[in-house]
Each structure stands twice: as C-alpha cells, then as structure tokens.
Design a protein around this ligand. Structure first.
Ligand SMILES: Cc1cc2nc3c(=O)[nH]c(=O)nc-3n(C[C@H](O)[C@H](O)[C@H](O)COP(=O)(O)OP(=O)(O)OC[C@H]3O[C@@H](n4cnc5c(N)ncnc54)[C@H](O)[C@@H]3O)c2cc1C
Length: 317
C-alpha cells in the first residue's frame, strides 16, 4: 500500500503555503504540497509587476492575522523571499510541475490523481486560486489583435498607447506602473473608483491630476475591433479610439469542472459550498482555502488565515 499523508495541499499560492506551514508548525507530520507550475506562488510571479508594493490590507480589507505566519507589507520580491524562507525553514515536502487532475474519496481516504503520480491522504485542501482563468470581457476579441489584448503586463513594451480596463487595485497599479514609459488611459464602467485601497486611491488621484494617467470613468466598452494593426475600442457613448494595447484587470474565475472533479459541491452560482468557520466542504476532510472561497475579493492575509483555521479544525477532530 502507498504512503497515506495526513494532509495534501493542492496549489502553492498563499492559501496553500499558509495551510502547509501551519500544518507543520502545529504538528502534522505527513504532509505534502503539490503545485502545477515550476515554483510556488504562480499568481504573484505572473500577475504582479516587478517591485510591486504588496499591501497586507489589500482592497482596503484590514485583516488581523490569526496564525503563525507573520506576513507584513512589502514588495513582490520580499513576499516571494519570505515564502521561500517559510518553505525552506519548515522543510516542506513539495512537488512542483505537478498538476492535480482529480480527487476522489474512497472510504476515509482521498485518492489524488496528478500528472506526476497518484497520492493518498486523510485530508485534502484545494487552494488553486482564480487567476488560472483570468476574467475576459463578454464581447469577442478578434484573432488578429489577441496578442495586443492581455491580462497581465507580460507583453507590454515602451512608448505604447495603452488602455487598462478595470476598477480595482490591480487595474490602478497596472495603469500607474505603465505610465512611466507609456501613454495610459484607465477605463472603468462606473463613475468612481471605490474599490482600490486608500494608498492606491491617493496614487491614482495624484497620477490623474498630473496628467500621467487619463481617466475614462462611467463608460463601458461595447466591442473591440482590429484597425490598422491597432485595437479599436468602441465605447458605449458612441466614442471610439485606437490603442496599441488593451489590458484587462478584471479578476478571475476557477474552473468549475476542476472543483467538481475534486468532489466539491457547487451552489446555484457555481461557487463552492463550505463551512465559513473552518472551510470544510460537504465531503468531510475536504477543504478549500484562499481566493476560491470568494466570488471576488480575496487577499494574501485572508488566504493565510484560512490555512490556520483549516489546520486547527483538522487537529480538533
Ligand atoms: C495584480 C494583482 C495584485 C495583487 N496584489 C495584492 C496585494 O498587494 N496584497 C494582497 O494581499 N493580495 C493581492 N492580490 C491578491 C492575491 O494575489 C490573492 O488573493 C492570493 O494570491 C490568493 O492566494 P491563493 O493561494 O488562493 O491563490 P493563488 O495565489 O492564485 O495560487 C494558486 C496556486 O495554485 C496552483 N494551481 C492551480 N491549479 C492547480 C492544480 N490543478 N494542481 C496544482 N496546483 C494548481 C497555481 O499555479 C497557483 O500557484 C493581488 C492579485 C493580483 C491579480
């Protein structure tokens, strides 16, 4: 018979790291972290710009940390360094480049099927985040401009005319960052930017008042087309404008098929059903942590607290 772990955590982002580190600190020995990319924290590596300020109270949510992970304000780099250190110091057993495909409970034990082998565990935490599937606009993006329509900063160059679409912290940070070497417009469908945290609110007001970022608020986009190799944006008031690039920073969703393949029951809106105190799903021993517990609005600190609550619940059983 193969080894049976006390706990397997699927996803090496803040939710997964918080859970596995709390498990080790609080005394669970047989534990494993499984991550589909070649390192932990894929969302932070891929979607945060270099040197990005990382706020503990993201989106204005003041969070009291409950567990043993002492996460503080910092940068992308300091946050990744801190997570490296936590995983190294606690000697966490991790499998990278290992994508979980399915979880099935047989009797009291879960079978975890992945592209790097099958595992068995008494408890499973699914913490796969939402940014594996960034939200896309409802209108069609023509194939000829798909390389100029992006969901992160990977393809951005300098000297471009860029429209950033979204009204949250990510959109504001992307717009201000890009404005140092590009001409940037921030577009949001509502009249005011209420979602960003106070620091980002001040930052965008400052950039807008100095003309570094142009604001196009209270205006929806109806469609985008290709024109002369550029992205032609058609606004709901009949205006149109050409941009070199459009960046959508409008959150993400989780694959419902994957959640179902893990045995997680979904409600009418397709969101996971779980206990809001301990994050256990309808199947005993199966938990969710981090962003997948929210339709929108998770944060690193919130994800870390999920880990603490989950491990405390496992140990109390
Ligand atoms: C641009 C941007 C800026 C942000 N800035 C901040 C900030 O300043 N402060 C803050 O607190 N929050 C910030 N956030 C939000 C924060 O990043 C998220 O709340 C946090 O990353 C959620 O952690 P998570 O573990 O739930 O998911 P994720 O961080 O998305 O991690 C999920 C992990 O699971 C892995 N995975 C997915 N599917 C599988 C599978 N089948 N098998 C194995 N592994 C899998 C992924 O590769 C990934 O590494 C920001 C988000 C964005 C997009």
């Amino acid at each position: 018979m193969g080894k049976i772990y006390d706990l397997i955590v699927i996803g090496g982002g803040p939710g997964g790291i918080g859970t596995i580190v709390e498990a080790k600190v609080l005394g669970l020995e047989n534990i494993l972290l499984v991550e589909k990319t070649d390192n932990h924290s894929h969302t932070i590596r891929k979607f945060y710009k270099d040197k990005k300020r990382v706020d503990k109270d993201w989106q204005g949510q003041a969070i009291e940390l409950e567990g043993n992970v002492e996460f503080v304000d910092g940068t992308k780099e300091s946050t990744l360094d801190y997570f490296d250190k936590l995983l190294d110091d606690e000697k966490i057993d991790s499998r990278f480049n290992c994508e979980v495909l399915k979880v099935q409970k047989n009797g009291d034990i879960f079978d975890i099927y992945s592209n790097c082998g099958d595992y068995k565990a008494k408890n499973v935490v699914v913490s796969i985040g939402r940014m594996g599937k960034p939200n896309k606009p409802s209108y069609k993006i023509p194939a000829s401009i798909r390389r100029q329509v992006n969901y992160n900063l990977d393809r951005c160059g300098n000297g471009e005319e860029i429209i950033v679409v979204g009204g949250g912290d990510s959109a504001v940070e992307y717009a201000c960052e890009l404005s140092s070497s590009n001409s940037v417009t921030l577009n949001y469908r509502k009249d005011t930017l209420t979602r960003p945290n106070p620091t980002n609110q001040d930052m965008i007001q400052n950039y807008a008042s100095r003309g570094k970022v142009k604001l196009k608020l209270g205006l929806d986009i109806e469609s985008v087309e290709a024109q002369h190799g550029k992205v032609k944006v058609n606004f709901s008031n009949g205006d149109m404008r050409l941009y070199d690039r459009a960046i959508y920073a409008i959150g993400g969703t989780t694959s419902k098929d994957f959640l179902k393949a893990c045995g997680i029951t979904l409600d009418d809106r397709g969101e996971p059903i779980f206990n809001s105190e301990n994050y256990e799903c309808e199947v005993k021993g199966l938990y969710i942590a981090g962003d997948i517990a929210f339709a929108s609005g998770g944060s690193i600190a919130i994800a870390l607290n999920h880990g603490y609550r989950i491990v405390s619940h496992i140990l109390s059983k």
